[in-house]
Structure formats: C-alpha cells, structure tokens
Design a protein around this ligand. Structure first.
Ligand code: ATP
Length: 286
C-alpha cells in the first residue's frame, strides 16, 4: 500500500519559545483511519496544521512532510507547489469554517474552487455537473434537503456534515479533521464519526482525526497515535491502548481523556477494531 502521509524529523518552536512538536516521525498508509489523541495542549492541532501546510516547522535540514509523495514543506519552508498539494487535503475544523450568510450549497461548492479555471473561480460560476456533485455530497452526509438554507440556520452537527461534504466535492485523498466533534452533542458526534468512517471505507480516503475522547478514537479508528507534550508516545493498534497504558502515558490527565461525553445510544461499530468498554475514570479502574 502506498504512503499517504510521511512526516520526518518535525520540530516546532513558536515565537514565544514553546516547543510544541518534538522530533515527530510518522508514516500513514493510504486508506488508513487514524486517531490523533492527547490531552489539551499536547500538539494535535499544531501537527495537523503543519500537515496542511498552514504552519511551517522549524528550519532544519531533515524536516519533511509529504502527502502522497508530494512535498508539503521541507526544512521549514512550505513547498512552492503547495496549492496543488493542498487540493488533495480536505481539512475539517472544530468550528466548521462555513460562511454563515451563504447557502449550504455555496459553502460545499467552495471545495471545487481549486479545480476550476481561474475565471470561473473568480466569478464563482458553477456548472450543472458541479451542482449535482454538491447535492450528491450533501446526500451522502444526510443533509441534501438543507442545500438552500443559509449555513447559519443549521445545527452544529449539520454544519459539520456540510463541512465534510465540502471535502467530498473537493475530491480530497487525505482528510484531516481537527477535533471535529469537540463542540457537538453525543448523537451528532456519532453521526460525524460514522460519516468519516464511511468516507474512509467507501472512497479509500485516508482519514486522520484528532479527538479528545479516547472512547471515540478506539471505537472508530483502528490505529491510534498519542501525543504528549509534543511527542509521539504511542503509535499502534487501538486494541493495544489499554487504560493502564494510558495512565502510564498521561498520569492524572488520563482520567479527563477517558471521560468522554456519554453516548445517547449504543453506536453501531463500524471499524474492524474490537469494541472496547472503558471503566469511566481510570482512578476507579485500578
Ligand atoms: N501560535 C502559537 N503560539 C504559541 N504557542 C502556541 C501557538 N499555537 C499553539 N501553541 C501552543 O502549542 C501547544 C500545542 O497546542 P495545540 O493547539 O496544538 O494542542 P492541542 O493538543 O490541539 O490542544 P487542544 O486539544 O486543547 O486543542 C500548546 O501549549 C499551545 O499553547
């Protein structure tokens, strides 16, 4: 299987001196569904933003990020062809990043802009085929009937689904989702995770999703990468990440990571990862 994402020797110091990412080396194969977990401030967003080329790493000979063999950034410089590489990357944000006053359809069609001739992207003139594609994407995420509504009139969960539809019309090979369920209720969270799983399975897209809730990571993602203070402290099968190991890695912070939102309904398992039942706070698990 080909490598979808390669990160080599990545370090990031912010201007205030914070060493946010430390010697990150990772390889993610095409078609994997991977959870990025870690306590608040562990570096999840910073890492995903580097992968999308939104933030540059420390200057350094060896540092490299590649998507599908194409350079995103190297040695602290974003590649000159970053626009082309970015067209392969769909980014789903915690706060959806939709234009509130525009209809849902127009928000979704934004995903096509990079594939259109310049004159059309400037005038935002979309043809019938593109519109049909947007409706189909909205149908896949279950909100086709909302296409004409202003984005601001949708619930949080529906807005996040519209944001995912935008990555579908974009044709992104790699979907990076940064805390996509952090501001959603349990039912909406479950729907969003199931949609991401379906995209991964049906389209073969690589999905990397950062999550606060360990239970959601284990439920939906066969592979988990855990960050702690900017370092990768675990990278392996979800089934290997036991509560004891989590406590070893995070100490008291593990309790907070295990206390996800209670599930409104028992979710349908969609991954090959075994169903896991976590004792609520780790403190009680010993
Ligand atoms: N622009 C910045 N300038 C300085 N420090 C920053 C900046 N952005 C992030 N940091 C710091 O880098 C560290 C990692 O932050 P990051 O947002 O990546 O963590 P996170 O794991 O995504 O956290 P959360 O789960 O709370 O979103 C934190 O200590 C944060 O304060």
């Amino acid at each position: 299987m080909t490598t979808a994402l390669r990160i080599h020797q990545l370090n990031k110091h912010f201007a205030n001196g914070k060493h946010a990412l430390r010697d990150i080396n990772l390889e993610i194969r095409q078609g994997e569904m991977v959870a990025l977990i870690g306590a608040s401030g562990s570096g999840k967003s910073t890492l995903l933003r580097h992968v999308a080329g939104l933030v540059v790493a420390d200057a350094g000979e060896g540092s490299l990020i590649e998507i599908d063999g194409c350079c995103v950034q190297q040695g602290g410089r974003v590649h000159r062809d970053i626009r082309k590489v970015r067209s392969q990357i769909g980014f789903v944000f915690q706060q959806f990043n939709l234009v509130d006053r525009l209809p849902v359809m127009a928000n979704v069609l934004v995903g096509r802009l990079h594939r259109m001739p310049l004159w059309r992207s400037l005038t935002r003139w979309f043809n019938a085929q593109e519109r049909a594609m947007a409706i189909e994407a909205l149908a896949r995420v279950g909100i086709a009937e909302c296409h004409a509504q202003r984005a601001s009139t949708l619930s949080g969960g529906q807005q996040q689904r519209a944001a995912i539809a935008r990555t579908l019309v974009q044709g992104a090979k790699v979907v990076l989702a940064d805390e996509p369920i952090a501001s959603l209720d349990p039912e909406s969270s479950r729907k969003v995770m199931e949609i991401l799983t379906r995209i991964n399975r049906e389209d073969g897209s690589t999905v990397v999703v950062s999550l606060h809730q360990v239970d959601m990571a284990l439920k939906y993602c066969p592979r988990v990468i855990a960050l702690h203070q900017g370092q990768v402290v675990f990278d392996g099968a979800a089934s290997a990440l036991t509560p004891a190991l989590l406590r070893e890695l995070y100490g008291m912070q593990a309790d907070e990571m295990l206390m996800g939102e209670p599930q409104a309904h028992a979710p349908i398992p969609l991954t090959t990862a075994p169903e896991r039942h976590w004792p609520a706070p780790l403190a009680q698990a010993a």
